[in-house]
Design a protein around this ligand. Structure first.
Ligand code: C5P
Length: 234
C-alpha cells in the first residue's frame, strides 16, 4: 500500500524493547543474532520485502536507540524511538511517532522469520476494508485454564482456538482509540476487542513463530541455515 498507489500510509511498528529474560542471552532479545543478523534486522528486512509498508518505526530499549539507528536500512523511511517497561508501553511510544499513519502494523522483532507474504496478506485484508486483522494458527496442544492452586477450571474446545501471531494490522484511528483505553492486554488486538470492534483472523504461518526460549533460537538458526535468501513479494 505505497503512497504511489493511494493516500493511505501503512506504518509498521516494531516493538524491540523487551529484555528477553526467557531467552537467557546477555543482550536484549531483538539484538541477538540468528544466522549472523540481529532478529530486529531480519524482521525489518521482511517488512521491507513485503512491499506493502511505507515507513517503519522501531521501538528499542532506551540505551540502544543510537545503536539501532546506526543499523537502519539504507534508503527506506525508518526511525527509532525508546520503548517502555511493558510491551504495551513500547507500542504506545511507537504509535505516537506515527501520526501520519492511516493503517498500522504491529510486528514483534521476535518473529524474525515471518514471511513477507504473510505481511502482505494482512495488509490486503486491511485494504479490503477489515479494520483489525490478525494472523492465527490452530493450536496443537490441548489448552486448559487453571486457578491459583493449579486446579483445572476448564478445557476449551481446541477446534475453536487460534495461537495469534504478528503482524497485527489495524486502521490507525481504531488502534489509537484502543490505546487510549489504558487497560492491560497481552496483544494489540486484545485492546481493540475491548472497544467492541470485530477482529478478523486470517491463516498465519508457522515461520512467524515467536523466538522466546533457547529452543526457539536453535530452531530459528537451523531454519536460516536451510533458507539463506528470504522470499520477497513482487
Ligand atoms: O516478551 P515478548 O516475547 O512477548 O515480546 C514480544 C515483543 O515485544 C518483542 O519483540 C519484544 O522486544 C517487544 N517488547 C517491547 N517492550 C517491552 C517488552 C517487549 O518492545 N517492554
Amino acid at each position: 500500500m505505497n503512497a504511489a498507489h493511494d493516500a493511505s500510509r501503512v506504518v509498521a511498528l516494531v516493538p524491540a524493547a523487551g529484555r528477553g529474560v526467557r531467552l537467557g542471552e546477555a543482550m536484549p532479545k531483538a539484538f541477538v543474532p540468528i544466522g549472523g543478523s540481529p532478529m530486529l534486522t531480519l524482521a525489518v528486512d521482511g517488512l521491507i520485502a513485503s512491499g506493502v509498508v511505507d515507513r517503519i518505526v522501531i521501538i528499542a530499549p532506551a540505551e540502544l536507540v543510537r545503536h539501532a539507528e546506526s543499523a537502519l536500512p539504507a534508503g527506506f523511511p525508518a526511525d527509532v524511538v525508546a520503548g517502555g517497561a511493558e510491551r504495551i508501553d513500547s507500542v504506545r511510544a511507537g504509535l505516537a511517532a506515527a501520526p501520519e499513519a492511516t493503517h498500522v502494523l504491529v510486528h514483534d522483532a521476535a518473529r524474525a522469520l515471518t514471511p513477507p507474504s504473510l505481511i502482505a496478506r494482512v495488509v490486503a485484508e486491511l485494504r479490503a476494508g477489515y479494520p483489525a486483522v490478525v494472523p492465527g494458527v490452530p493450536v496443537a496442544d490441548t489448552i486448559k485454564s487453571v486457578d491459583s492452586r493449579q486446579t483445572v477450571t476448564g478445557t476449551p474446545d481446541r477446534a475453536g482456538l487460534r495461537a495469534i501471531q504478528t503482524p497485527q494490522g489495524f486502521e490507525a484511528q481504531l488502534l489509537r482509540e484502543a490505546y487510549a483505553l489504558d487497560v492491560p492486554a497481552t496483544d494489540d488486538a486484545g485492546l481493540v476487542e475491548r472497544l467492541g470492534a470485530r477482529v478478523r483472523v486470517i491463516p498465519g504461518d508457522t515461520m512467524a513463530f515467536k523466538i522466546t526460549t533457547p529452543l526457539d533460537l536453535r530452531l530459528a538458526n537451523a531454519l536460516l541455515a536451510d533458507r539463506p535468501v528470504p522470499d520477497a513479494v513482487s
